[in-house]
Design a protein around this ligand. Structure first.
Ligand SMILES: Nc1ncnc2c1ncn2[C@@H]1O[C@H](COP(=O)(O)OP(=O)(O)O)[C@@H](O)[C@H]1O
Ligand SMILES: [Mg+2]
Length: 457
């Protein structure tokens, strides 16, 4: 029973307290200093008093030790003592109760802080690992688990083990432990897709409560590197595309000033070629400017509406000169009244123009192109515009790359046909801005179909 001393202890304590005076009383009565009657009475009184004192003290001490034990447990709740306490003991018990409450509050605070820290670490957008002194993973936040395919229960699972075995990271960890200084290293991980990572290894001294001795913070730079690479490629490609006609122009100017100065026939021929090259540069600059304008507005959807059928008919009419030069035919299957919304009519016209030009220029000489506009329910209710040709088609491996800037299946042929290599990149950006879809289907030898779905709601 809480706060109740056990009987044997009480008896032992009572003997200790009441024993010596009872013995003195016995001796006094044996030496006839006391009559046996009063002596017996005094001994009994002594025993009873000793029992009472022993019970009271042991009860108080038991209650006190129980209170101390509960205070150490840290829940701050102390039991009411089962027997009345002596004033001095009550004071101590009071102090213990206050101590217990403070301890419980501190415990709660530490708990909340720890949980807040864990939540922050877990929610960090960058992958973070905590390693023990023997370099085994103790913690991995959500970003790290996603990147490496690990689970909270199995830190060493997934690709974390191969990250930790990476020689560059292992060396950085060694250096961090040896020097006590933060180490930063770049590494490429051949995860399912290669990743460019920057790792920051921080030695933790003193170690964390869970034994964490090192923190590894990773930053995934793959996307930035890809963007940087794309930008660099773009500048190289654009300069190259401009330099070629420019070199040809300079060459002809040189010839016209020198050897062909007085050759009227040559001059006429050269001026014709120069005009063609200058026209090529103009087209390229127009497309480059158009592309950058569209990219700038891509995140902001259009607000108007576009009559796709009418736009398609107008653009088809404008194809007459190239159709003649390619001896090709254009069939129209246009359902009137197909309205795309929200849409920018100017940009939709650009899409139709680029697709028709491609079909006629990259299609078969003397071939046939079909332009179709209709309302559809798939993939979602909207307007579908399609351009199908019966030309040489496009090999499967090229299809996903056709919308990259300057990507051409055959650069020589594309340039000869007057292409800049930017047409489909422009189409893709316009379709993206309209929250539409571009689908390309083709088999070598059986033509190509370009489909553009646009929202109608
Ligand atoms: N209808 C088509 N048939 C065959 N190839 C095509 C067709 N449309 C596009 N292509 C291929 O896609 C490439 C990229 O097209 P595009 O971006 O419009 O550039 P360009 O037409 O200036 O070459 C073309 O160079 C061509 O190789
Ligand atoms: Mg084109």
């Amino acid at each position: 029973m809480p706060g109740r001393p056990d009987t044997r202890r009480v008896l032992a304590a009572a003997c200790l307290i009441g024993g010596p005076p009872s013995a003195v009383l016995l001796v006094l009565s044996g030496l006839d200093f006391l009559a046996p009657g009063p002596a017996a009475l005094a001994i009994v009184a002594c025993g009873v008093a000793a029992l009472g004192v022993a019970r009271l003290w042991l009860g108080n001490l038991a209650a006190l030790s129980q209170a101390v034990a509960r205070a150490a447990a840290g829940d701050g709740r102390l039991p009411e003592p089962s027997s009345p306490l002596l004033p001095a003991v009550a004071e101590v018990a009071d102090g213990v109760a206050r101590l217990a409450r403070t301890l419980a509050e501190r415990g709660g605070q530490v708990d909340r802080l720890t949980r807040a820290d864990a939540a922050i670490v877990e929610a960090l957008p960058d992958p973070l690992l905590v390693l023990s002194a023997d370099r085994s993973p103790l913690r991995a936040n959500a970003a790290a688990r996603t990147l490496f395919g690990a689970t909270p229960g199995n830190m060493a699972g997934g690709e974390i083990a191969s990250l930790l075995r990476h020689p560059i990271l292992a060396e950085a960890v060694d250096r961090a432990l040896a020097t006590g200084a933060i180490q930063r290293v770049d590494l490429v991980l051949p995860l399912p897709v290669a990743r460019d990572l920057v790792a920051q290894v921080t030695p933790l001294d003193p170690p964390l409560a869970d034994g964490g001795r090192l923190m590894v913070l990773l930053a995934d730079r793959s996307h930035e590197r890809a963007v940087e690479q794309m930008r660099a490629d773009f500048v190289t490609n654009a300069s190259h595309e401009l330099r070629t006609p420019l070199a040809s122009l300079l060459g002809f100017i040189e010839t016209l000033r020198g050897p062909a100065e007085d050759d009227a026939v040559a001059r006429k021929r050269f001026l014709g070629i120069m005009a063609e090259q200058a026209e090529r540069m103009r087209r390229l600059i127009d497309d480059l400017l158009g592309l950058s304008r569209i990219e700038l507005s891509e995140h902001q959807p259009p607000s108007g509406e576009a009559d796709i059928g009418a736009i398609a008919e107008a653009e088809a009419d404008a194809m007459a000169p190239i159709l003649t030069s390619r001896r090709a035919r254009l069939l129209r299957e246009v359902t009137p009244g197909c309205i795309a919304r929200p849409a920018d009519p100017e940009q939709i016209a650009q899409v139709v123009r680029n697709l028709l030009e491609n079909a006629i220029r990259h299609g078969r000489e003397g071939g046939q192109t079909v332009l179709r506009v209709e309302t559809v329910q798939n993939p979602k209710p909207g307007v579908m515009l399609s351009v199908a040709d019966d030309g040489p088609g496009i090999a499967r491996e090229h299809i996903p790359r056709l919308t990259e800037r300057f990507y051409r299946v055959d650069s020589g042929r594309s340039r000869a046909a007057g292409g800049t290599g930017l047409g489909l990149a422009i189409v893709k950006h316009i379709v993206n801005r309209h929250r539409g879809q571009l689908l390309i289907e083709s088999d070598v030898g059986s033509g190509a179909v370009f489909r553009v779905w646009l929202p109608a709601a």
